[in-house]
Design a protein around this ligand. Structure first.
Ligand code: HEC
Ligand code: HEC
Length: 193
């Protein structure tokens, strides 16, 4: 009897968290109207200036919004946007964008750059943190299919220590990358999806 009770309690708990998540996604969808102009419909950005958010890990999205708001990551556009968001907005937006399907970009990676980028990634152990296929996990971003221009801009920002919100892993790793390495890695990453 005791066992049966525990089982029912567990069921109730899991259906509660499922519907809470669906509610977050629904709420996030409305709030995301403020993001469309730059991040595109459903978070599939059409420009390399703006990162694609569709399919990104919710935990990573949430932490980046928090970092912009609290000044640990700096960008004039995003600092202004995040300044207007409360914690629950960030959670809803993260749940929404994380649940959206990333669409394949039209960028054509150059075969020799894919090869050189893959070799550099293996040498630098990118997959140790970003996982195989660069799919990311929790607070580590998904990179697969991201705009090459955006990838290069972030690697340059890490190297110049203009982006320092990652506790040092990316800033020290980026010191070992030349501009050519960054281009190659970006072509390889774009080819992964
Ligand atoms: C005026 C254009 C603009 C608007 C509107 C905008 N963003 Fe951004 N967003 C950017 C730019 C540019 C970047 C890259 C900034 C950088 O280099 O740090 C960015 C980066 C981000 C990132 C970091 C992504 C990553 O891969 O690290 C997140 C998360 C994000 N935006 C979420 C949002 C959300 C949520 C909204 C709507 C509430 C929004 N943005 C509205 C321009 C915009
Ligand atoms: C030791 C772990 C670790 C390794 C190894 C690592 N990364 Fe990262 N990377 C991170 C973390 C953590 C972040 C998120 C930082 C933050 O919160 O701002 C990140 C962020 C990034 C970003 C920014 C993505 C975005 O959406 O803004 C890029 C690009 C990136 N890494 C590329 C690479 C590449 C390419 C390699 C291999 C050459 C690599 N990383 C190796 C941990 C790592």
């Amino acid at each position: 009897m005791k066992f049966r009770f525990a089982f029912i309690a567990l069921l109730a708990l899991s259906s509660f968290s499922l519907s809470a998540q669906a509610q977050d996604i629904e709420a996030g969808k409305k709030k995301a109207e403020a993001c469309v102009a730059c991040h595109g419909v459903n978070g599939n950005s059409q420009s390399g200036m703006f990162p694609t958010l569709a399919g990104q890990n919710p935990r990573y999205i949430y932490l980046q919004l928090k970092d912009y708001k609290e000044g640990r990551r700096k960008n004039p556009m995003m600092t202004a946007v995040a300044g207007m968001l409360e914690k629950s907005d960030m959670q809803d937006l993260a749940a929404y964008f994380g649940s959206q399907k990333q669409t394949r970009s039209t960028f054509k990676s150059e075969p020799q750059r894919i090869k050189a980028g893959a070799a550099k990634a293996e040498e630098s152990l990118c997959a140790m943190c970003h996982m195989g296929g660069m799919s990311g996990q929790n607070e580590i971003p998904r990179l697969a299919g991201q705009h090459p221009e955006y990838i290069v801009s972030q690697l340059k920002n890490f190297k110049a220590r203009e982006r320092t919100n990652d506790a040092g892993n990316m800033t020290s790793l980026a010191q070992t990358l030349s501009e050519d390495d960054m281009e190659n890695l970006a072509h390889w990453i774009a080819s992964l999806y």
